[in-house]
Design a protein. Sequence first.
Length: 209
Amino acid sequence: MKSELQYEIICQNLFHKKAHLKGWNGEQIKRLEVIHKSSSVIRAFGEWCRENRDNPDITDPIKSFIMEADDLLAGEAPAQAVAKDPEVVGLVRELTYLSGGKVTFQGRHKAALAELLKEYSSEELTAVFKTFIGDKDLEDAYTLKYITQNYLDAADGLAYSARKHRQEAEQAQIAREAAVARLQSQAEAERLEREKKEQADSELFDPLA
């Protein structure tokens, strides 16, 4: 299938608009296909359209895509690699499940998750995701449109904060346990001292001694 037809099908299916591939649009698409493979540009265009299909401000999908295409395609190779990483795959599945299948993650989102996984565990990122979506209306189309990127933008700060609070709680618990152990040790020492003194007094006044 010719690439022009594929752009047309994507535009019609997702935006119900004609793909404008003449003039500047056509030149830029050809430029992108020279730098990247045609299949890569089409795949990136399809993902971009799925993410932006509900944006009423987009009147020319091809032109709007081109404005972001260099950045999107620059990260394509790593995005493809991380999309197959078992830890990323497992995390995406869990997050999607927790949202009732409403929050989804595209290629560039998975790349962002892979970066977060270098610093935080899947358990930490899952916990903050639960907190993040806790007060969100997942039935609202506008909320769903931006929730994935909003979560990724906030995840580092949320996970760091949660980790610090957990560390502080653990340190406080250790301090409490150390204080209890110290008091118990002091009480035991005092008990032994009393017993020793009582024994000495008993021997001092024992009439049979």
